[in-house]
Every structure is written in structure tokens, then in C-alpha cells.
Design a protein around this ligand. Structure first.
Ligand code: PMV
Length: 327
């Protein structure tokens, strides 16, 4: 297989943390979420006679995969996304490769798959000299999210594409979102629970439970909607102690929905003993990531978590991406 040495530049896309409203957002509740700038980047290159997808951090190196389809589900999903993007850009008659650099493992609850779709779309558009606007990129990434879990709210692809801190809801099938102003940037610590969080399974679990007990779930979603509304005010005032308390309340509702797990609870317990005032799971839950707020002593919380074997990363809510290259 011959590959051209000439790859495009790297094109980056945001991951995201959901501050309030995961799962409830699938049922029309307003969520609040923030970009994690440049979580994933991708570059594209031409090949002579085959397709190629390399994601070194995920131990993915697929060659000739149209002819020899893999059957592992994660690999199958990547393959489907690859061809969906190529089809949307109408370059599926050409041979090319994509190299993806991801800062977190898959299924971390940080929107890495939507970020991958956005970064790959930008890189591929650049390779074939196509001009796409952000809304077109967002639409393609939403279709990729539908492949991944059927009924996505569209939050991940929206944050991956547009960034910032957003309030987001679905109304009559359309995504409605707007920036949330912050009085000043807020530092957030993200801890990976080390257990994969599978969005499709978690969304199905909530749907089944809601069908069994609609009244209870209506009540939970109404409570979560109230937290989102209060969270928007706390963000506008950069009131971190209020935010911390709202995180703790949202975590309790998520745990009531059976979306927490031992690993998430362990992260929260270690963080609390190290001085963290508020934390919650973020994303699908049942694994994935935890977000933590500390008015002071973030270093101590981080080193306690690292000492217990949990990886961490920091983000600043309201910070602009440094290396954002628009495709
Ligand atoms: O874990 P993630 O990054 O796939 O986030 C899922 C968020 C949900 O609200 C559970 C589903 C959705 O589509 O919004």
C-alpha cells in the first residue's frame, strides 16, 4: 500500500463535559455543557489503493478495512463513521487515510466520538479542498452520533463543533442552543473513572426505567431542569460554591437513576476527602468521567486521585481553544 507523505495539517475538535442535565436532555430538558478544547485532532492523507484509519492511543490501526470488515463493535462503529463522513463529503470513490490523536480513551463520557467525527470531517474536507461551514460539519457529526447511539440529543456534536459553554435542548427534533455567559473562567478538574461508559446502554436503561415508572422520571427530570436553570445563574455569577452544591444535587439524581457505579463513587469519595466541594459524573455514566470543583486545593485533589490510580485532566470553563483550525 502506498501512502502519500503529504498529510494535511492537524484539525482539532472539542470534547465536552455536561455540567447539568445529561439523560434528561434526551427528553427535552435543557442541559448545560462546556467544551473541553482540542480533545481530539485528526489529519488526512491520500493513499493509492486502500483505506486507512490510525488512532494510536486507542490501539486502532485499520487497513484494507472495506475488504476485511472487523466485527468488534467499537471497530465496526469507527468503520461506519469513516464511510459515513466520506459519503457525506462525496469522496467515497477516492482512497485516503485518517490519523487521529485522542487525549482520552473511547467511552470516557467526554464526547470523544463526536470530536473525532468533527476533526475527521475537517481534515478530510481540507484534503479534498472542500469548503464546509460549521453548521454542515455539525450535521455530519450528528449523523455519526446517530450511528453510535440511535437517539442522541445532539449535544456532543454541537459542543465539538461550536465550543464554548452552552445551554442546549431539543425541541421538536431540532437542537436549540445558546452561549452561557460566565463572569470569569472557572477551573474544573476531570477524573476518568477507568470504567467505560456506554452511552447507548445507559440511554436504553433510562428509557426502560422511565417506561416502567413515568411519574417518578417526570419528577426527576423536572428537578434536573431546575438545577440547569440555577446552574446558568451560578455560572453567570461565577459562584463556584453554588455550582458545587448543584453538582452534588445532580449527582444524587443520577445515582437515583442507577447511573453511578463503584468507580465513580470512589472518585467522589477520594476527591471529597481531599477537599473537593462538589462533583458529579458527566455524560452517560455507569463509568466514564467525573467533574470536580474545588475552590482551593485542586492540586491536592488531583494528586490524591492520581495516587489511587485515576487519570485526571484539567479544563477551564469559558476558555477559548488555542489551536482551533477551521476546516
Ligand atoms: O457519554 P456521552 O459523552 O456519550 O454523553 C451522553 C449524554 C446523554 O445525555 C446521556 C445522551 C445524549 O445524547 O445527550
Amino acid at each position: 500500500m502506498a501512502e502519500s507523505m503529504q498529510a494535511t495539517d492537524w484539525f482539532s475538535a472539542n470534547g465536552k463535559v455536561i455540567l447539568f442535565g445529561e439523560h434528561a436532555v434526551v427528553y427535552g430538558v435543557e442541559a448545560v455543557a462546556a467544551a473541553v478544547p482540542d480533545l481530539v485532532r485528526a489529519r488526512a492523507f491520500r493513499t493509492d489503493d486502500t483505506y486507512r484509519l490510525k488512532i494510536p492511543h486507542w490501539h486502532v490501526d485499520m487497513r484494507d478495512f472495506q475488504k476485511h470488515e472487523a466485527n468488534a463493535s467499537e471497530t465496526e462503529l469507527l468503520r461506519s463513521m469513516f464511510f459515513l463522513i466520506a459519503g457525506e463529503l462525496a469522496v467515497d470513490g477516492e482512497f485516503f487515510g485518517l490519523e487521529v490523536d485522542a487525549r482520552v480513551p473511547p467511552a470516557s463520557g467526554l464526547g470523544a466520538s463526536a470530536a473525532l467525527a468533527v476533526a475527521a470531517t475537517k481534515a478530510l474536507a481540507n484534503l479534498f479542498e472542500l469548503r464546509l461551514n460549521l453548521s454542515e460539519i455539525n450535521d455530519i457529526a450528528f449523523k455519526c452520533e446517530q450511528l453510535a447511539h440511535g437517539t442522541p440529543s445532539g449535544l456532543d456534536n454541537t459542543l465539538a463543533t461550536f465550543g464554548g459553554v452552552l445551554r442546549f435542548r431539543r425541541e421538536n427534533g431540532a437542537a436549540v442552543f445558546a452561549p452561557v455567559p460566565l463572569a470569569s473562567p472557572i477551573e474544573l478538574l476531570i477524573a476518568l473513572s477507568g470504567k467505560k461508559g456506554f452511552t447507548a446502554g445507559a440511554v436504553a436503561k433510562v428509557r426502560d426505567a422511565k417506561n416502567r415508572d413515568p411519574q417518578r422520571y417526570q419528577g426527576l427530570f423536572a428537578d434536573i431542569a431546575r438545577l440547569s436553570a440555577e446552574g446558568i445563574i451560578a455560572l453567570a455569577e461565577s459562584d463556584t460554591s453554588k455550582l458545587a452544591s448543584l453538582f452534588n444535587q445532580n449527582q444524587r439524581y443520577l445515582a437515583e437513576m442507577d447511573l453511578s457505579c463503584d468507580e465513580i463513587e470512589q472518585v467522589l469519595t477520594i476527591a471529597a476527602s481531599a477537599g473537593c466541594n462538589g462533583g458529579k459524573l458527566t455524560g452517560s455514566g455507569d463509568g466514564g468521567a467525573v467533574i470536580l470543583l474545588a475552590e482551593e486545593g485542586a492540586e491536592r485533589i488531583e494528586s490524591s486521585l492520581n495516587a489511587a490510580g485515576f487519570s485526571t485532566l484539567k479544563t477551564v470553563l469559558g476558555a477559548k481553544s488555542s489551536a482551533f483550525v477551521q476546516g
